[in-house]
Each structure stands twice: as structure tokens, then as C-alpha cells.
Ligand binder design. Structure first.
Ligand code: AMP
Ligand code: MG
Length: 185
């Protein structure tokens, strides 16, 4: 079955777009962060999702690898959308969300990058009280989105998967949903 990776920096609205798109496409939604969090909680490593990116990189990578294996198993029966991140901003720099050993296990067919303008992302983060979002300057938000574009093409070169960019602007959620639905139908 198909495996589609959907990614966007925190505040891009990737999960929001996805949840709405899933009303009209036949995919099972798997949040990579949820799978990692369950593994980390079982091992008493962390208690909440926003602490995971602060763990030592080696620990994050071990959990990441195990999460990838468990997601691949789910794709035997269903088309899967993996809701995840191209890069994770950690205290020691950008950690790749899909290093080669994860791609070898997941074997994605399409990467979808959800993007928004830097100022839109900044304001969404300030307004989101449900999460411990990292506050960043606009230029760092821009850098993070640029890194994700670059690394998604590297992921594409390693797998042959296509890369689709979907824009999710304020008050234009329906357009983003239509774009992603048409891509994945
Ligand atoms: P989210 O709910 O999408 O913000 O993701 C929660 C957390 O899960 C992120 O902040 C990361 O710590 C972790 N995470 C999600 N996807 C990956 C991945 N592919 N590799 C490593 N960590 C990830
Ligand atoms: Mg998300």
C-alpha cells in the first residue's frame, strides 16, 4: 500500500490540514510523534511530546527507528499518511526526521510539505496555548522552512518519492485541503 509523508514546521498547520483532508481520502493517519511518545513513555523516558526534541540525539534516534518499524507494519493493510517532521529543532541543531535508515524502513511514495508565510507561523505559535511551542524570530522560522525544502529533496533523491508543496495560508484552509486531497487521491 501507499506511504505518504506529510511534514511542516510547528505552526504550519500540517496536522489541521491533514485531519480535514482525511474526511475525503482513504488513508489511515499515523502521527509519528504519537508513536514515539508511546515508546518513550513505556520506557519512562519522557512524559510529554514537547520534551522529546530536548532528549539527547542518540536517544531520539533510537526511539525514531523503533517508531518507523512499527509504522511500516501498519502499511501492510492500509494506505498510510505519516504525520511527521522533515527536521526537528533540537538544542544541538537540526535532527533529520527521516534519516536513511528510517527511509529504508518506511519506503515513502510521496512527501508533502505544508508551508505558510513566516509571519503567519509566528502568530500561530504565539496564539497556541495548548502546546509548549518554541518561540523563534522570523528569520529562524524562514531558515527552518528552507532546511525542510532542501532535505525533502534529499529524501526524494534517496527514495525516488515525489515532493509536493502545499500552502496553508490564514483563512485558506479549504484550499490547502483540496490541494492535498487531489494529490493523494
Ligand atoms: P508533533 O506533534 O507533530 O509536533 O510532534 C511531536 C514530536 O514528535 C516532535 O517535536 C518530535 O520530538 C517528535 N517527532 C515527530 N516526528 C519525528 C521524526 N520523524 N523523527 C524524530 N522525532 C520526531
Ligand atoms: Mg503535527
Amino acid at each position: 500500500m501507499r506511504v505518504v509523508v506529510v511534514a511542516g514546521i510547528p505552526g504550519s498547520g500540517s496536522t489541521t490540514v491533514l485531519k480535514k483532508a482525511l474526511e475525503d481520502i482513504d488513508y489511515v493517519h499515523v502521527n509519528f510523534g504519537d508513536v514515539m511518545l508511546n515508546i518513550a513513555k513505556d520506557r519512562n523516558i519522557v512524559e510529554d511530546r514537547d520534551s522529546m526534541r530536548k532528549l539527547p540525539p542518540e536517544v531520539q534516534k533510537k526511539i525514531q527507528k523503533n517508531a518507523a518499524k512499527s509504522i511500516r507494519e501498519m502499511s501492510q493493510q492500509n494506505n498510510i499518511i505519516v504525520d511527521t517532521h522533515c527536521t526537528i529543532k533540537t538544542p544541538t541543531g537540526f535532527l533529520p526526521g527521516l534519516p536513511k535508515w528510517v527511509l529504508d524502513v518506511l519506503k515513502p511514495d510521496i512527501f508533502v510539505l505544508i508551508e505558510a508565510d513566516d509571519d503567519e507561523i509566528l502568530f500561530r505559535r504565539i496564539s497556541d496555548e495548548t502546546r509548549a511551542r518554541d518561540m523563534e524570530k522570523m528569520k529562524n522560522i524562514r531558515l527552518h522552512q528552507e532546511m525542510n525544502r532542501a532535505v525533502s529533496m534529499a529524501y526524494s533523491a534517496l527514495t525516488g518519492a515525489t515532493v509536493k508543496i502545499v500552502e496553508n495560508h490564514n483563512d485558506k484552509l479549504d484550499e490547502a485541503v483540496e490541494d492535498i486531497s487531489n494529490t493523494l487521491k
